[in-house]
Design a protein around this ligand. Structure first.
Ligand code: ATP
Ligand code: MG
Length: 358
């Protein structure tokens, strides 16, 4: 899969710009605050329907304008596809090959990307929400039913949590079973897919990690869920057992919103004890494994977006990373000084104040 052209109109600091990407390595370079990450964000948005950093879509509209437009002409094994998003103050419109699609689920899967930025380096040392986000971004692009279950789960969870804050305990006890039945069905789908995903991820991540460390360290990854065994029934039991606790705390204490990934380096819990360098290497191993999973499930390689990660890696890791991503279409951002790392035949874009200088 690859993006042939990406067009940005009134998006962030871009007025109107278009990128023609090659099938190989595309390097966006420039000084700080010129629009490199903005371009990476636009690709992320077309892959996932969300921004990795903006809380509200309207933040992406260029200041003083009424709407932003992002469009990609991409090529997958099924042929060409045009993906467009128009972002307005309070709503947005998505189009696939010119046809409006109402739901975000219909956007997913048309363009698939694996994203690596300094934020993802928090994968190992950050909180469990970082690791759930990793699974969600990956799985949502690979499975519509996962994404749909996740959206519905979060909605019901919100309703359940609102109910738990209700004053009248008898009302709570009467209504909880209604929410719980729905919650468990969606949770089962989420947890089953996550467990499957991690089962695929674990050996691949271990292999990539061995490659990155020349076999000096071992990485072990596992799915960690508070709800063991058959997800729907186990969660139903767990929810029922926690009624008193949940009512006292005013929120739901068990469920996939508490899932995590176990990460061990050389047998030690990396979440608590990894050094910065170890955490970076493990995060990179996760990303390289993620690429393989996309390849396997989607039947073709994803687009790879590497935003500002070169500066975070030492020379040996950079080389290894670039060797691994060689056959993929890669959009890589870096600063002015790092561009010297790349040979002349690489497709280079110099970004200055939201424009490409040719
Ligand atoms: N909605 C918006 N309208 C106009 N400009 C915006 C908007 N949102 C962000 N910007 C501008 O975009 C610039 C930041 O762009 P970006 O994050 O892509 O920088 P970068 O080139 O990745 O820099 P760095 O090397 O520091 O990561 C800032 O100057 C910011 O003010
Ligand atoms: Mg940036």
């Amino acid at each position: 899969m690859r993006i042939k052209t990406l067009t940005l109109k009134n998006f962030r600091n871009y007025k109107e710009e278009s990128f023609s990407f090659s099938a190989g390595l595309n390097v966006l370079y420039g000084r700080n605050a010129q629009g490199k990450t903005n371009c990476a964000e636009a690709v992320y948005y077309l892959c996932t329907g969300t921004s990795p950093r903006a809380k509200k879509d309207r933040q992406m509209i260029r200041s003083g304008e009424e709407s932003a437009h992002i469009a990609a002409l991409a090529e997958s094994r099924f042929g060409e596809v045009c993906i467009e998003a128009d972002i307005y103050e309070t709503r947005r419109e998505l189009r696939i090959n010119g046809e409006r699609v109402a739901r975000n689920a219909d956007l997913l899967g048309n363009l698939r990307g694996v994203f690596f930025s300094p934020d993802e380096l928090r994968l190992v040392q950050g909180g469990p929400e970082e690791r759930r986000r990793f699974m969600n971004v990956s799985l949502s692009q690979l499975s519509k039913s996962y994404y749909t279950a996740l959206v519905r789960y979060n909605k019901v969870l919100g309703q359940r949590n609102a109910l738990l804050k209700e004053r009248d305990v008898s009302v709570i006890l009467e209504t909880l079973p209604v929410w719980d039945a729905q919650l468990c069905a969606f949770a089962a789908e989420i947890m089953r897919r996550r467990a499957e995903y991690v089962e695929k991820l674990a050996p691949l991540a271990a292999e990539k990690h061995a490659f990155l460390t020349d076999g000096a360290e071992t990485l072990a990854v596992g799915f960690e869920s508070a709800v063991p065994g058959d997800a729907a029934e186990a969660l139903a039991r767990e929810l029922a057992a926690n009624y008193d606790k949940d009512i006292r705390l005013g929120y739901t204490t068990a469920g996939p919103h508490r899932d995590d990934l176990k990460i061990h380096i050389n047998g030690t819990d990396a979440r608590a004890y990894a050094s910065q360098g170890q955490a970076r290497t493990a995060a990179l191993a996760f990303k390289l494994a993620e690429i393989e999973i996309f390849q396997e499930i989607a039947g073709e390689p994803p687009v790879l977006v590497l935003d500002d990660v070169m500066s975070e890696l030492d020379l040996a890791r950079r080389r290894k990373l670039l060797a691994q991503v060689n056959p993929l279409q890669t959009i890589l951002t870096c600063t002015h000084t790092e561009k010297v790392l790349f040979k002349r035949e690489v497709n280079k874009f110099r970004i200055v104040g939201g424009t490409v200088r040719r």
